[in-house]
Design a protein around this ligand. Sequence first.
Ligand SMILES: [Zn+2]
Length: 389
Amino acid sequence: MSTQRLYHTDSYLTEFDACVVEVADDGRRVYLDQTAFYPTSGGQPHDLGALGGARISDVIDEGERIAHLVESPLRDESAVHGAVDWERRFDQMQQHTGQHLLSAVLEELFGYHTVSVHFGRDYSSLDLDVESVSGQRIVEAETRANAIVAENRAVMTTFEDASEATGLRKESGRTGMLRIVSIAGLDRSACGGTHVRVTGEIGAILIRKVERVRKSARLEFVCGLRAVRRARADFESLTRIAGALSASLDDAPALVAAQSELLRAAENERRRMERELAGYRAKALYDAAPADSRNLRVVRQEAASMDELRTLAQATIALPRAVLVGTIGEPPSLLLATAEDTGLDAGRLLREGVTRVGGRGGGSSRIAQGSVPDAGRLTEAVASVLSAL
Ligand SMILES: [Zn+2]
């Protein structure tokens, strides 16, 4: 016996009585003769609520029948009372009807077809058959949709035979009886979901992010109280940003952009000064290092980071017959840099030095770096590299 879907004719029905037709899975899966619980389908999530005192955890559309999953077995397995969680349902009705309205407006204004929809916990989204939508068109569509909300147009549900149902926004591939949801003077769509009865009940419609997903533009949107909550959260974020800059809300974006630009310039200047400083440090270390029998100047340096060593290495190898052997303690690592006129291949020498003690590394013939398992082996690797110079 198929389940009669009460929500098809009355999406405002929240309380109902039904006969239990079958109970399965140790009482956790309940089938009724009729139900007001909406099952997950058409992108719309299932209802929650209570059935005979048990909490509903899922509602599944099995085609002919609807299965209600309950958290505890029913006390009475003959007749039950059902109560739909109205807050959740009404929120879904707002998002779902809002989607019909937005899709219709996007079609009417720009000829964009909606190819798929999704109703999420925080956002809903619809995918269009175009790759991008301009910011101006988003504002136009949002304005038009909200104007139709304010006109409080009727949203009606009718049942029509597929062969006679004309003027649908999207052709239905189904045959037989279609459930058609219409927004007066704007849209006719075949849909099995739950909708509000007038557009005014959708409340505010706010389009959020627009992103390209494969060949589609995906529009995220929120309706009703979700739009109000989202706008409130945005306002609070913007207030914190403006507060941190001691600016007004409207001045904040330009000020943030200006601050980012300053930060970028300061960072470039810091890097330039770091290189300049490295030049002086390299020269001082080089002058303090005695020349060996082959006139090589081997500079030993321990640093806090590999970045610091690399900057110093660049400056050191600009000096005649200079070699830099640099180390950092954590993680135990080694850097070798050789001036071109030394004829020494830093990459090869370093690789041999670190692999001998179980480490790994490499690089160019001028600058190479590697890591070793521990501090003891770092000392060994340094000794090995120095002896191979
Ligand atoms: Zn619908």
